[in-house]
Write a protein that binds this ligand. Structure first.
Ligand code: ADP
Ligand code: ZN
Length: 643
C-alpha cells in the first residue's frame, strides 16, 4: 500500500474557488473588531467607575481650600483624593480626576502641592510607553483574531477539527498514475476482469448507446501485498484517468458525521474530474456488516450509508468507477455487494511460481544483475510470498550489494535477503517447509484423485499448493459440468469421500494426522448432517426430518427439531456416514498408490496443475479413455475443496 506518491493534493488544496476560507476569514475579522470595541468600552467603564470625573476648577477649588489629601499626576490626568473622602471608610472612598491642562507644567504643580503639604505621586511613564501600548493592543488583537478564525472555520466544517481531520483523511489525487498493466506481474485473471472497466472509461458512449448498465464498482479481494493497490492504479493508468485513493480507516473518525461528510466530499471532488477511479483501500473498515456481529458502530454505519447512497447516486455515464480492496470479504455488509454497487469480485491471489518469477522480473528491470543471478531459483524458494515481499526482497538485495561496495546484484545478495525478508519474518504463516509442502501436495492430490476416480464426482479443474488468500494452504477446485439443482444420495456420498480424501492421503502415506484437514472435516460433517436430518438419506432414521430451517431466504441456520434421544441417534448416523466415506477414500487411494505418488510429485514441482494434466495421469494409469475430460464451463459454479 504505498500511497505516499507525488502529486498528492489534499481536498482543501483542490478547492478551485477557495470560497469557504475567505468567508470565514471575514467573519472572524468582524467578530474580532466588535469584540475589541466591546472590551475596551467595558474596560473603560469599569476603570472609570472607581473615579469621579470633575472639572479642573473643582480641583483648583479643592487645592486652594486646602482640601487635597493626595494627588497623583499622570501623563494625561490628575487623580486626587480630598480630605473629606479620606475620612470615609476605605471601601467607600472614591478618587476624583481631572484632565492635566495642555502645556501645564506637572513639575511646578507637583512642587507647589508638596509645599502645601499634600502627598504627591508621579506616575512613571517611559518614553516608549506608547509603543508598548500599541504593541499590546496589536498583539491581543492578533491573538483574538486567531482564535476567532479557528472557531469560525470549525463552525463552517473545515477548520481545526475538520481541517486536521481532512489532512488525516489522505485523499490522494494523482492526475496520472504512470502505472500500467506492464508493471503488474501475473494476475492475468484479475487483469482480464478489469479490462472491461478500462474499456468503459475510454469510451462510455459505446456502452450507453446500447443501453447497457455500466459497472460502478469492483471489489479486489486478496491478502495484503498481493498488488490490489497496484492493480487499481494500473487501471487508472491504462484508462489514462485521474486516480483518487483513500483508506477506509480514514473515514471512520471519532466524531459522528465526519466520515459521512468525507465520503460526500470525496465523491464531489471525483465528479469534478470524471472520468476517474476512486480507490478505497481496506473497505472493511467502513463496510463492516451492520448486523453488529463484527462490532460496527453508529458512526461507521452512517459512513457506510453515505457511501452506499453516493454509489447509488452518481450517474454511471459520468465515468466514475469505484474500486475497493479488502482481505476480509466475508465481513462486508451485504448491501455493499448488491448489484449496481461492488457487485464484481476480483480475486487477487498470491502468485504461483510463474507469477513470482514475473514479479521478480518486473522489479529487477531497473536493477543491474550480474551473470550468476537465477531468478527462477528465487521464485522457487519463495512459495507463498506476495508481490510486496518480492519487491522488498529485490530492494534489500540491491541495498546489500551497495553495502558491500559492488556495482551489481548477485545471486548471493538475493538469497541472503530472501532469508531476512521472507524466511525470517513470515515463515510461519506463508512459506512452507519442504515437509509441509509434501504433506499439502499429497493432501490435495488425495482430494483430486478420489474425485477423479469416481463416477459421480464433479471434474477437477485445478489443484494448487500455493497458499490461498483465505488461509488455505492449497486447494482443489472442482467445476460441475452443468448447474445442478438436485443431487442424488450417491453423489453426496461421493462428495463426502472427496472431502475426506485429503486426510486419507496424509494418513496413508505419512501415517500422520494434521490440522490441515479441519475445514474439510467441518464441511463433510455438515454435509453428512444435512443428509441425515434434512434429506432423509440415513438408514435408521429413514424419511423423518429432524431439523428445520427458519428462513431459507437469508441462509438461516438449521435447528434440531426432535427428541434428545433422536438427536443422539442423528449424531451416530453422521459418524457412520463419515467413517464409511473415510474407509472408502482410503481404499481408493491405496489401490492407486503409485498414481498418488506420481501426481503428488508432479504437483510439488509445478505447484499448480490443471484438471487436464491430472486426467492425463489418471487415464494413463487406468487406460480407460472413456473417462470424461473436465470441461472449463465458465458459468459453472465453482466448488473448492480447501485444505
Ligand atoms: P495491496 O494493496 O494488495 O496490499 P500493493 O498494491 O500495495 O498491495 O502492493 C505493494 C507493492 O508490492 C507494490 O507497490 C509493488 O511494488 C509490489 N507488488 C505487489 N504485487 C505485484 C505484482 N503483481 N507485480 C509487481 N509488483 C507487485
Ligand atoms: Zn483438504
Amino acid at each position: 500500500m504505498d500511497m505516499n506518491q507525488k502529486n498528492q493534493g489534499g481536498p482543501s488544496g483542490n478547492k478551485p474557488d477557495g470560497q469557504k476560507p475567505k468567508t470565514s476569514m471575514w467573519t472572524a475579522l468582524i467578530i474580532t473588531i466588535v469584540l475589541v470595541l466591546l472590551f475596551s468600552w467595558i474596560f473603560n467603564t469599569v476603570a472609570n467607575s472607581q473615579y469621579k470625573e470633575t472639572s479642573y476648577s473643582d480641583f483648583l477649588a479643592a487645592k486652594n481650600s486646602g482640601q487635597l489629601a493626595e494627588v497623583e499626576i499622570r501623563y494625561d490626568r490628575i487623580v486626587y483624593m480630598t480630605k473629606e473622602e479620606m475620612a470615609k471608610p476605605a471601601a467607600a472612598q472614591k478618587a476624583s480626576f481631572t484632565g492635566l491642562p495642555r502645556g501645564g507644567d506637572g513639575m511646578a504643580l507637583a512642587e507647589e502641592l508638596y509645599n502645601m503639604g499634600v502627598k504627591v505621586n508621579q506616575e512613571i511613564t517611559e518614553d516608549n510607553s506608547m509603543i508598548m501600548m500599541l504593541l499590546y493592543y496589536v498583539l491581543s488583537f492578533a491573538v483574538l483574531f486567531f482564535f476567532m478564525r479557528m472557531l469560525t472555520r470549525r463552525m463552517s466544517g473545515e477548520g481545526m477539527m475538520g481541517g486536521m481531520g481532512k489532512s488525516k483523511a489522505k485523499v490522494y489525487m494523482e492526475k496520472q498514475t504512470g502505472v500500467t498493466f506492464k508493471d503488474v506481474a501475473g494476475q492475468d485473471e484479475a487483469k482480464e476482469s478489469l479490462q472491461e472497466i478500462i474499456d468503459f472509461l475510454h469510451n462510455p458512449q459505446k456502452y450507453t448507446e446500447i443501453g447497457a448498465k455500466l459497472p460502478k464498482g469492483a471489489l479486489l479481494v486478496g491478502s495484503p501485498g498481493t498488488g490490489k493497490t497496484l492493480l487499481a492504479k494500473a487501471v487508472a493508468g491504462e484508462a489514462n484517468v485521474p486516480f483518487f485513493s483513500i483508506s477506509g480507516s480514514d473515514f471512520v473518525e471519532m466524531f459522528v458525521g465526519m466520515g459521512a461528510s468525507r465520503v460526500r466530499d470525496l465523491f464531489q471532488q471525483a465528479a469534478k474530474v470524471a472520468p476517474c477511479i476512486i480507490f478505497i483501500d481496506e473497505i472493511d473498515a467502513v463496510g463492516r456488516s451492520r448486523d453488529n456481529r463484527y462490532g460496527s458502530n453508529s458512526e461507521q454505519e452512517q459512513t457506510l450509508n453515505q457511501l452506499l447512497s453516493e454509489i447509488d447516486g452518481f450517474e454511471p455515464s459520468k465515468g466514475i468507477v469505484c474500486l475497493a480492496a479488502t482481505n476480509r470479504p466475508e465481513i462486508l455488509d451485504k448491501a455493499l455487494l448488491r448489484p449496481g454497487r461492488f457487485d464484481r469480485r476480483i480475486i487477487v491471489d498470491r502468485p504461483n511460481l510463474q507469477g513470482r518469477l514475473d514479479t521478480l522480473k518486473v522489479h529487477t528491470r531497473k536493477i543491474k544483475l550480474s551473470e550468476d543471478v537465477d531468478l527462477r531459483k528465487i521464485a522457487q524458494a519463495t512459495a507463498g510470498a506476495v508481490g510486496a515481499d518480492l519487491a522488498n526482497l529485490v530492494n534489500e538485495a540491491a541495498l546489500r550489494a551497495v553495502r558491500l561496495g559492488r556495482k551489481m546484484v548477485n545471486q548471493e545478495d538475493l538469497l541472503v535477503s530472501f532469508e531476512t525478508v521472507i524466511a525470517g519474518t513470515e515463515k510461519k504463516n506463508t512459506v512452507l517447509t519442504d515437509m509441509e509442502k509434501r504433506l499439502v501436495a499429497y493432501h490435495e492430490v488425495g482430494h483430486a484423485l478420489v474425485a477423479a476416480l469416481e463416477k459421480h464426482a464433479q471434474p477437477v479443474s485445478k489443484i494448487t499448493i500455493v497458499p490461498h488468500t483465505s488461509g488455505a494452504l492449497g486447494y482443489t477446485m472442482q467445476m460441475p459440468e452443468e448447474e445442478k439443482f438436485l443431487n442424488t444420495a450417491e453423489e453426496l456420498r461421493t462428495e463426502l469421500r472427496t472431502l475426506v480424501g485429503g486426510r486419507a492421503a496424509e494418513q496413508l502415506v505419512f501415517g500422520v494426522q494434521t490440522t490441515g484437514a479441519s475445514n474439510d472435516l467441518q464441511r463433510a460433517t455438515s454435509l453428512a448432517r444435512n443428509m441425515v436430518t434434512q434429506y432423509g438419506m440415513s438408514e435408521s432414521l429413514g424419511l423423518m426430518t429432524t431439523a428445520s430451517t427458519d428462513n431459507s431466504y437469508l441462509d438461516g441456520q438449521a435447528y434440531m427439531d426432535c427428541a434428545q434421544t433422536t438427536a443422539a441417534e442423528v449424531d451416530h448416523e453422521v459418524m457412520t456416514l463419515l467413517n464409511q466415506a473415510y474407509v472408502d477414500a482410503k481404499k481408493i487411494l491405496a489401490d492407486h498408490r503409485s498414481l498418488l505418488d506420481e501426481v503428488s510429485l508432479y504437483l510439488l514441482a509445478k505447484e499448480t496443475i490443471t484438471g487436464d494434466e491430472l486426467m492425463a495421469y489418471v487415464n494413463a494409469d487406468l487406460k480407460t479413455p472413456e473417462l470424461e475430460q473436465p470441461q472449463e464451463a465458465e458459468e459453472a459454479q465453482e466448488q473448492t475443496t480447501e485444505e
